[in-house]
Design a protein around this ligand. Structure first.
Ligand code: SAM
Length: 341
């Protein structure tokens, strides 16, 4: 019943049990590969979508969430494509809540957030991450083919309904938007949000476009912020995950740095991803996936448990095997929208 795509490195070992220490605390689910933006480093102009009938149902996704809870799952992050484009997202949030997950986060481009904020809050969404790569309307349009004002209206609506915390994700690309770092800090201060800067990864369309020269090492952005605002103080924030988070004491605002390229953070990773058609991805660095759809649809509870234990062992091995050469990415060519970022 278990199969592996792009076989090679993932090992599904029949008799080995996962170590008691192995936990999966965080699951990221791509609920749709459709998106209403076209960020140049994320999606090509033209590409095939996963046929609708192959997209995993909310019921099957929830079955995985329920089964992983026994292995330590605490946070589910819903993403895409653009997750607000899939119908009945509020119903899905309730389904996850009902199986006992308290921490339910959403990553969105916020283009249609204004319309959905109230329903999301009522359904029990606990956290929101919003992607904005530029605060200049023209550059925002150049990067995404969308309109910044829709995003700002979405943020204001989410704040109105008390969705908190809201974090901003900004992918920083050299010679494009790195000079805006200080504007992002001011934006965070104005709206009371944490801004997280991200280095561009060679994945999916990014794999095609990516050049070493496009990466702005975030240490430089940190230095730029310190020059203006004074020394940053290491701190934490709810769900900080892969980000190194700092407080800027002089303006009481937090910033985070996600540095997969210049300072990877994979030690002890306890994260899984579920792709839009129901494959489990252990790590963003490779194209390998484990097909979960069949066992989620047709497997007994015992078969599902058995499957998850094999995934946990594969995750243990995958964590042990990660090697950090310089820029040791580049094997994940699947489009980001179907993996979920
Ligand atoms: N549509 C939602 C959004 O815009 O947040 C969710 C999906 S999007 C794929 C999730 C995140 O992945 C976005 O913040 C996007 O900027 C980021 N992303 C996409 N391709 C990337 C790349 N090559 N390197 C770094 N981040 C990337």
């Amino acid at each position: 019943m278990i199969s592996v795509i792009n076989n090679g490195k993932i090992k599904l070992i029949p008799d080995r049990k996962p170590s008691e220490l192995t936990q999966i605390t965080y699951l990221r689910i791509s609920i749709t590969d459709r998106c209403n933006l076209k960020c140049f480093y994320c999606r090509p102009e033209e590409h095939d979508f996963v046929p609708r009938e192959e997209i995993l149902s909310y019921e099957d996704m929830t079955r995985l969430v329920k089964a992983l809870k026994k292995y330590g799952l605490k946070t589910v992050r819903i993403t895409g494509g653009e997750p607000l484009l899939r119908q009945d997202l509020d119903k899905f949030i309730r389904m996850i809540k009902d199986v006992g997950i308290e921490d339910i986060a959403l990553t969105t481009n916020a283009i249609t957030l204004k319309k959905h904020a109230k329903a999301l809050k009522e359904a029990g969404l606990t956290r929101l991450n919003i992607s904005i790569d530029s605060l200049k309307p023209d550059l925002f349009y150049q990067i995404t083919k969308g309109h910044l004002k829709d995003v700002i209206e979405g943020i204001e609506e989410a704040k109105k309904y008390g969705i908190e915390p809201i974090k901003i994700n900004a992918v920083i690309i050299r010679n494009l938007n790195e000079k805006e770092a200080l504007d992002f800090v001011e934006f965070g201060r104005k709206y009371g949000l944490e801004v997280r800067f991200i280095e561009m990864m060679p994945i999916g369309q990014g794999y095609i476009d990516w050049k070493k020269e496009m990466v702005e090492p975030l240490e430089r952005v940190k230095n730029m912020i310190e020059e203006k605002y004074g020394k940053l103080v290491p701190t934490t924030s709810v769900g900080s995950g892969a980000a190194r988070v700092y407080l800027i004491p002089s303006i009481n605002t937090k910033v985070g740095f996600i540095t997969p390229i210049t300072n990877p953070f994979c030690d002890g990773c306890s994260k899984l991803r579920l792709t839009v058609e129901g494959n489990i991805k252990l790590c963003l660095r490779t194209d390998e996936e484990i097909v979960a759809k069949d066992v989620l649809k047709y497997g007994s509870d015992e078969e599902l448990e058995n499957f998850i234990e094999k995934v946990l062992v594969a995750k243990e091995i995958s964590n042990q095997n990660i090697q950090f050469n310089d820029y040791a990415f580049g094997e994940c060519r699947r489009i980001m929208t179907s993996i979920g970022g």
